[in-house]
Design a protein around this ligand. Structure first.
Ligand code: GDP
Length: 408
């Protein structure tokens, strides 16, 4: 009997010891993923790395073992000794398309959506008698395409004058005329570069280029931040992403996925946490790892709530403790027309917008918004979104845009 009891006791102790080992080893496996003092920096596939300290206390990063055990596919290997798992969980880091001439490549898409404007204008201008009614129709066509009242009147006035001088009109002459006048309206002189050059911080340290991406939710802000990261990576830059849209639960995951695809780290904070703190941490991380550019996705839905708009101003001010912000890009959905202009006005009151990104130009015939929004803000359209594909974001080129409007 005693022997039986002894055997049972030994068996219980053995089971307890084994399960204790399993728990301990699990804990050990998790350890490298989340050092207690780390900010929520999600690593790209290789060399998981975190900054030294966080500005604010954070929740434990929601990283999983799968994320940490990434096989370094496509990126430089982190450690040589760990045998690679059989099936990689994450696809290899992608090499995005080069950006030069993207708009020309995407022109077919632009033509499909926009050339009712150009074709409509050309047809009207080709009429034998250009009477007042025809000029009114030309005006209506421009207004329908969201060009805006004042620019429409200017264009019609200039066209009228030039057509009168021209006398008889061949289709080629008309096309040339319209092309020139549309280009005049859009402007060919503005600096449309997205400025991402590194600079010098307040303490003389080298600082990455810092870009704030702002706009109302649903305009394509997070998608644009992700696509812009690809544009920069394609141009040979290293990028850190800041997921400062802490109001929308899925935004940080969405951004992180974009980042992982091109090997860019994402700094994120607790859900509903302080966006300014995440933005600050992102730039700090960018400085720590000598990244070329830090892209910060901010919270949308702001224009309806004064407090939240103030929050955006605070994000910018806090980031500026690391040095100047190089670009503030306002993302506008081209399909929203006048509503987009109202948004533009509200955002411009809070932060100095330096460039506009017009998204979803593939889904609307109202390309005239390019003209209207530039007039409204006095800043140029720098990028346009032409689809949901990863490389469907193009630097805005007035000539290619107008050519797509009026065809060759
Ligand atoms: P956010 O709330 O402003 O961050 O918006 P998201 O980035 O989540 O985008 C909202 C939706 O717009 C998504 O379904 C995107 O795929 C879509 N989207 C973004 N840019 C474009 C674009 O240029 N063209 C089209 N067709 N869809 C776009």
């Amino acid at each position: 009997m005693e022997f039986v009891i002894l055997a049972v006791v030994i068996a219980v102790i053995a089971v307890a010891a084994i399960s204790g080992f399993v728990v301990t080893s699990r804990k050990k496996k998790r350890l490298p993923t989340a050092p207690p003092s780390s900010p929520s920096v999600t690593a790209p596939p290789a060399e998981p790395h975190v900054g030294e300290e966080a500005e604010t206390p954070r929740e434990e990063p929601r990283r999983t073992i799968e994320e940490v055990d990434l096989p370094g596919s496509g990126a430089p290997a982190a450690t040589a000794e760990a045998p690679a798992p059989a099936a990689p969980e994450v696809p290899p880091v992608e090499v995005p398309e080069p950006t030069a001439g993207r708009l020309v490549r995407l022109r077919a898409r632009l033509s499909r959506s926009q050339n009712t404007l150009g074709k409509g204008l050309l047809t009207l201008l080709s009429r034998e008698h250009l009477d007042d009614d025809t000029w009114e129709e030309i005006e209506d066509t421009l207004l329908t395409a969201d060009v805006g009242v004042t620019p429409t009147q200017e264009l019609v006035e200039r066209l009228r004058e030039r057509v009168k001088v021209l006398g008889t009109r061949t289709p080629e002459e008309l096309r040339g005329l319209l092309r020139e006048e549309l280009l005049h309206l859009i402007g060919t002189e503005a600096d449309r570069t997205v400025h991402t050059e590194s600079g010098v911080g307040p303490n003389g340290e080298e600082k990455p280029g810092v870009v704030l991406v702002v706009g109302v939710n649903g305009t394509g802000k997070t998608t644009t931040t992700g696509k812009l990261a690809r544009v920069l990576v394609a141009d040979g830059k290293s990028v850190v992403l800041g997921a400062a849209d802490t109001f929308r639960a899925a935004a940080a995951d969405q951004l992180q996925t974009w980042g992982e695809r091109v090997g860019a780290r994402t700094v994120r904070g607790p859900e509903a946490g302080d966006p300014a703190s995440v933005a600050f941490d992102a730039v700090k991380e960018g400085i720590a790892e000598a990244a070329d550019v830090v892209l910060i996705d901010t919270a949308g839905r702001l224009h309806t709530k004064t407090g939240l708009m103030d929050e955006l101003g605070k994000v910018k001010r806090v980031v500026e403790k690391h040095g100047a912000v190089d670009e503030v890009l306002l993302v506008l959905d081209a399909t929203t027309g006048q509503n987009g202009l109202v948004q533009a006005r509200v955002f411009a009151e809070v932060v100095d917008i330096t460039g506009i990104v017009l998204t979803k130009l593939d889904g609307t015939a109202k390309g005239g918004i390019v003209v209207a929004v530039q007039r409204e803000l006095g800043v140029p359209v720098k990028l346009v979104g032409l689809g949901e594909g990863a490389d469907d974001l193009a630097p805005f080129e007035p000539e290619a845009f107008v050519d797509a409007l009026i065809g060759d």
